[in-house]
Design a protein around this ligand. Structure first.
Ligand code: C2E
Ligand code: MG
Ligand code: MG
Length: 570
C-alpha cells in the first residue's frame, strides 16, 4: 500500500484494542477468558446464543473475533456459527469454538470455525497466541480481498475506504473528522472532447492533489466513481485552502480548472450519523453547487439538514398524494405572435402539488428529488395521461384542438416502454401525436447524447413532436444541434430576464433565433413577463411566447374560459 496518509492513521493502530466477543452461558468461563484477554483486547460478552447474535449485529463492522461456546441452552453455538457463516458481512469474522468434547472439533471446523479451544483451558499464553493468530490470518485475508487500490489513481477503492473508515471511527471517536466529496463537473465532456487518455491524466492529477492534502492533514481517500472522490480527514478549518491546493495541481494539466471542481463538506457536527450518511450529506452539499460554474465548495449546514428532512417527507408522502389526487396538472398557454394579434396556439402541462401540510409545493422542490429516487416516471406518466385526457375534453367541449406539451424527465429517456405508453394514451384519447409535444431539457441531451438522439428519433417516427426545453442552459455545441432531430427550441428563461434594446442579452437571443432559423425550427420564448420583453421578442422574429405576460399556469377549467375567449376572437 502506498503513502496516502494511511501510514499516519496506521501508526495509531498500536493505540487501540481490537474487539473480541466472548460467548459462554457460564459466568465463571466468561470471567476467566475475560481476565486472560482484557490486557490485549477490548472484550465484550454474551450469555447465550441470541445475545451473541445481537452483539455481533451491533458490532458487525468492528468485531475482530468471536470465542463461542458450543453447548448452551436454547440457541446453541452451532446455530450461531451457522447464522454467522450465512451472513455476508459477518462471515469475515473468525470464530474460535470452546468445548470440552473432542468430537465437536471436526464438526465445528467444517462449519467454518477458524480454531478450537478445549476446556479446561490451556495456559493463558496459549490462548492469547491462538486468538492473535486467528485474527491476523483473517485480517490478512480480508485485506487481500479489499485493498485493491483503484488501478488508475492509486487511491483506495470505495469498499476498502468505507471498511477502513469505520474501523478508524471506532477507535477514534474523540477525533473531529470531515467527510468531503469532490466532483468534477461534466467530466464526460473532457473524455468526449479530448479523449480518454487525457481524461485519465486529469483524474490522476486530481488524485495527486488529494495526496498532497492528506500529507498535511491525516486521512484517507478513494475514487468513488469515475469523477467523484471521497476524502475522510481530520477536521480542517480552511476549506478554501483545500480547494486551492487541488486547483493548483490541476492547473498543470487543464485550463481554467476553477470551472471544474466542486467540493461538498460535511464537517464534524453530528458524529452520530453513520459514515455513509455523513458522505451522503457531503454529496448533497456538493450537489447544491450543481449549477454554479466556478470552483467552489459548500458546507452542509442546518438549512440543508432541514431540506433533507423536508425531502424525506415529500418522498414518503408521494404514493398517498398520487392516490388522493393532490397532484394537479396546470396549463400555461403559449401564444403565436407572428401574426397581427397573438393567438393561443398551445399549452404546456405543468405539475403542481397541493400538499395537505405544506400547501403548494413547487415542482423545483420535488422533481429533482423524484428523479433521484425513481418516482418521476410514475408521476410523469400520470401527467402525460391527464394531458391527453384534457385534450380530448377540450375537443369535445369546445370543438377545438389545443396542442399540449408535456415535460419529459431525463430519467424517462432510459425507460424503454415510454414510446409505447405515449402511443397508448394518445390512441385512447384520439389525439393526433403531432399535437402532443414532448419537452426535453437541453442538459439531458448533453448528458447522454447518443441515447437521447436515438430515443428522440423513435418518438418522432411515432409521430410526436419534440421541443428542446431550457435551450441555452446546457452546452450543446452547434455541431450537435445540427445533428439533432427536434421540432422547436424553447429559449431558457434566464435569457429573457434581462433583455433590453441592444444589450448583451438581447444579442444572445438574436443569435439563438438565427440558429433556429438555420435549423428551420420555431423558437418558443418562455418566462416573458412584461410588455417590453414581448415587444423586443416580436421585433426580433420570435414565433411563440409563454409567460406571465399572458398568463400563469392555470387549472383546466380556467383554461376552458380562455379557449372560449379566443374563439370569440377577443
Ligand atoms: P419548465 O419546463 O422550463 O417550465 C417553465 C417554468 O417556468 C414553470 O415553472 C412555469 O410556471 C414558469 N414560468 C412560466 N412563465 C413564467 C414567467 O413569466 N416568469 C417566471 N418567473 N416563471 C414562469 P414550474 O411550474 O415551477 O416548473 C418548473 C420546472 O419543473 C419546469 O420547468 C420543468 O422542468 C419541471 N416540471 C414541471 N412539471 C413537470 C412534469 O410534469 N414532469 C417533469 N418531468 N418535470 C416537470
Ligand atoms: Mg417545460
Ligand atoms: Mg423551460
Amino acid at each position: 500500500m502506498d503513502s496516502l496518509g494511511e501510514k499516519k492513521l496506521d501508526s495509531k493502530k498500536g493505540e487501540y484494542k481490537r474487539i473480541v466477543l466472548v460467548v459462554d452461558d457460564e459466568d465463571v468461563n466468561r470471567q476467566m477468558l475475560g481476565a486472560i484477554l482484557e490486557s490485549d483486547y477490548e472484550v465484550i460478552y454474551a450469555e447465550d446464543g441470541q445475545d451473541a447474535i445481537n452483539q455481533i449485529k451491533a458490532h458487525r463492522e468492528t468485531l475482530s473475533l468471536v470465542l463461542l461456546d458450543l453447548l448452551m441452552p436454547e440457541l446453541d453455538g452451532y446455530e450461531v456459527l451457522k447464522w454467522m457463516k450465512e451472513g455476508k458481512t459477518i462471515n469475515r469474522i473468525p470464530v474460535i469454538v470452546l468445548t470440552s468434547e473432542k468430537s465437536a472439533e471436526v464438526k465445528s471446523l467444517q462449519m467454518g470455525a477458524a480454531d478450537f479451544l478445549a476446556k479446561p483451558y490451556d495456559l493463558p499464553e496459549v490462548i492469547l497466541a491462538r486468538v492473535r493468530h486467528s485474527i491476523e490470518l483473517s485480517e490478512d485475508a480480508n485485506i487481500i480481498k479489499a485493498t485493491e487500490n483503484d488501478h488508475l489513481t492509486g487511491l483506495y477503492t470505495r469498499e476498502f475506504f468505507f471498511q477502513y473508515g469505520k474501523i478508524f471511527d471506532h477507535h477514534h471517536p474523540e477525533l473531529a473528522m470531515d467527510a468531503i466529496v469532490l466532483n468534477f463537473n461534466r467530466f464526460h465532456l473532457i473524455n468526449e472532447l479530448y479523449g480518454r487518455a487525457f481524461g485519465d491524466t486529469v483524474l490522476v492529477a486530481i488524485a495527486d492533489g488529494i495526496r498532497g492534502i492528506l500529507e498535511e492533514s491525516s486521512g484517507i481517500a478513494c475514487r468513488y466513481d469515475a469523477d467523484t472522490f471521497y476524502l475522510y480527514t481530520i477536521h480542517m478549518s480552511d476549506y478554501d485552502r483545500l480547494l486551492r491546493k487541488i486547483l493548483k495541481v490541476l492547473s498543470g494539466v487543464l485550463k481554467a480548472p476553477e470551472m471544474r471542481i466542486r467540493l461538498g463538506i460535511y464537517p464534524d457536527i453530528y458524529r452520530a450519523a453513520s459514515l455513509e450518511e455523513r458522505f451522503d450529506r457531503a454529496l448533497q452539499a456538493c450537489n447544491s453547487l450543481r449549477n454554479k460554474y466556478s470552483g467552489s465548495f459548500a458546507v452542509y449546514d442546518m438549512d440543508m439538514h432541514e431540506r433533507e428532512v423536508y425531502s424525506a417527507r415529500l418522498l414518503e408522502d408521494f404514493e398517498q398524494a398520487l392516490e388522493e389526487k393532490q397532484f394537479k396538472v396546470l396549463y400555461q398557454p403559449k401564444y403565436n405572435i407572428t401574426g397581427d394579434r397573438p393567438r393561443l396556439c398551445s399549452a404546456e402541462a405543468l405539475i403542481s402539488w397541493q400538499h395537505p401540510k405544506f400547501g403548494r409545493v413547487r415542482p423545483d422542490a420535488f422533481i429533482p428529488l423524484f428523479e433521484e429516487n425513481g418516482l418521476i416516471q410514475k408521476l410523469d406518466r400520470y401527467v402525460w395521461r391527464e394531458a391527453a385526457e384534457q385534450m380530448r375534453k377540450w375537443r369535445i367541449n369546445h370543438d377545438i384542438i389545443i396542442p399540449i406539451s408535456v415535460n419529459v424527465s431525463r430519467v424517462d429517456i432510459y425507460d424503454p416502454e415510454m414510446p409505447e405508453f405515449l402511443d397508448k394514451i394518445v390512441r385512447e384519447n384520439e389525439v393526433n401525436p403531432r399535437d402532443y409535444l414532448l419537452e426535453i431539457t437541453e442538459s439531458a441531451y448533453t448528458d447522454n447524447s447518443r441515447q437521447i438522439v436515438q430515443v428522440v428519433k423513435d418518438l418522432r417516427e411515432a409521430g410526436f413532436r419534440v421541443e428542446m426545453d431550457d435551450f441555452g442552459s446546457g452546452y450543446s455545441s452547434l455541431n450537435m444541434l445540427t445533428a439533432l432531430p427536434i421540432d422547436a427550441l424553447k429559449l431558457d428563461m434566464a435569457f429573457i430576464k434581462d433583455i433590453s434594446v441592444d444589450n448583451k442579452e438581447m444579442r444572445m437571443v438574436e443569435l439563438v433565433l438565427e440558429i433556429a432559423d438555420f435549423l428551420q425550427v420555431p423558437v418558443v420564448a418562455e418566462g416573458v413577463e412584461v410588455q417590453e420583453q414581448y415587444e423586443l421578442l416580436k421585433k426580433a422574429g420570435c414565433d411563440i411566447i409563454q409567460g406571465y405576460y399572458f398568463s400563469r399556469p392555470i387549472p383546466p377549467e380556467e383554461f376552458g374560459r380562455l379557449i372560449i375567449k379566443e374563439k370569440k376572437g377577443e
